[in-house]
Ligand binder design. Structure first.
Ligand SMILES: [Fe+2]
Ligand SMILES: [Fe+2]
Ligand SMILES: [Fe+2]
Length: 419
């Protein structure tokens, strides 16, 4: 397949990742998508062009991405999601740190570069105009819009009819105009939130469709290289979820790509393997940090939670048309040839999925983790050989890897920043 044939829509990827971030907080089901929707409506009311609104969309859909970087920050998100005012609650870290972390993650990927500064300052209060600057830096208008959208998004409670709550929320926001929120943004919000449909959209479950129909416009398409860059950014965020596996996805991606090349995959397909490697554990965003970060052996119940992650990988990536093959390769990485894997117990495991499975195991057993060193050469070869004998993984792929073990180890290590 020539590279130009891979075309993925940027917003499909952004909205799918936004939904994945929301899985970190299942009790507040769609915070990111909600903020994206509200912020886009305000921007539209302010007369933004479609291209500008789309930057707002990206900023809203990914604004709390920095909370994925540690359990502590995820805890902050709990506070931020549960109370409109944060002044009275004691939070364990500076509220702006997760904005900065998000900015740092996003700023180097060109389609996100414009949204990144807004993410950085999305908790800055207007404070009668003093909030147009923060720590000596200008706060972009989009950040002020995001802040308002973020605070509105946390106010509705699930137990009451949203239309009953709408007037109260509008009053609270109006009272804070100038104090907490930029007055122009508040005026635009008041206009945008007058129709009942605004509130029904805010609480509707199918928000991806609402957002892309209304604000997607002529969507930006990603070619293979841009998709690769985006997957690398997302992979970094997925890895951030746990300090134990801080560079795991990068290792799997690099090993998988090289296995593909050695097994005669085209350069496009080898790169797609790399993308699948970056994304294979995206479903882990749905696994609670306490479980991911637990150094001791997991209980049976915890293990059952972990086992769900490839299923979520599949569900998340299914939202993106054009990503089907990469999704199959990524989601079947814990399947085994003897049907003892999980969660699909798939009888047909494509070669790409088998490659990701081997790359995953090789990376997992040889990488160092805070609680243990990676296995040495002899031991890791023994483990891989035994898994072939047990009919867990594909012997031909393992043979390719063992044939050039040192090079695979070097590539794995290099990609994980260890050389
Ligand atoms: Fe936030
Ligand atoms: Fe937020
Ligand atoms: Fe996994």
């Amino acid at each position: 397949m020539p590279p130009e044939e891979i075309k993925i829509k940027l917003f499909d990827m952004v909205l799918c990742f936004s939904r994945a971030l929301d899985l970190m907080h299942p009790e507040i089901a769609d915070h990111h998508l909600r903020v994206a929707y509200i912020a886009c409506c305000i921007a539209e009311e302010l007369g933004f062009t479609l291209a500008e609104i789309q930057n707002v969309l990206i900023a809203g859909a990914l604004h709390d991405v920095g909370t994925a970087s540690s359990a502590l920050r995820l805890g902050i998100l709990d506070y931020a999601l549960n109370s409109y005012r944060l002044d009275d609650v004691e939070i364990p870290e500076d509220i702006h740190s997760h904005g900065l972390a998000g900015f740092e993650l996003m700023q180097h990927f060109p389609p996100f570069a414009q949204a990144a500064p807004a993410i950085r300052f999305h908790h800055v209060e207007w404070d009668f105009g003093r909030g147009s600057e923060f720590a000596g830096e200008p706060v972009p208008l989009v950040a002020s819009i995001l802040y308002l959208a973020d605070r509105v998004a946390v106010m509705p409670v699930a137990e009451r009819n949203i239309l009953e709550q709408a007037a109260e929320i509008r009053e609270i926001v109006a009272a804070d105009s100038g104090k907490r929120f930029m007055p122009e943004a508040v005026a635009a919000f008041q206009k945008a939130s007058a129709p009942e449909s605004f509130w029904l959209d805010v609480t509707c479950q199918q928000k991806e469709a609402i957002i892309s129909d209304r604000f997607g416009g002529h969507e930006v398409e990603l070619n293979l290289d841009a998709l690769h860059e985006l997957a690398r950014v997302f992979g970094k965020i997925i890895d951030y979820r746990s300090p134990f596996t801080a560079t795991h996805s990068s290792g799997v991606a690099a090993v998988a790509e090289m296995l593909g090349q050695r097994l005669g995959f085209s350069s496009t397909d080898s790169k797609s393997l790399r993308i699948a490697g970056y994304l294979h554990d995206i479903g882990k965003l749905a696994v609670p940090s306490e479980v991911l970060d637990k150094p001791e052996k997991l209980t049976r119940e915890e293990m059952l939670v972990v086992k769900q992650h490839p299923y979520y990988t599949f569900q998340i990536l299914s939202m993106v048309p054009g990503l089907e093959m990469i999704n199959t390769w990524a989601s079947l990485h814990h399947e085994r040839l003897d049907l003892q894997g999980y969660p699909f117990r798939s009888r047909e495991i494509p070669l790409g999925s088998r490659i990701i499975a081997v790359a995953d195991i090789f990376t997992a057993i040889t990488e160092d983790r805070p609680y243990r060193m990676g296995m040495g050469r002899a031991r890791s070869i023994e483990v891989l050989d035994q898994m072939v004998i047990d009919k867990a993984i594909d012997g031909d792929i393992v043979a390719v890897l063992l044939n050039d073990y040192d090079e695979f180890l070097r590539i794995r290590s290099l990609s994980q920043g260890n050389i």
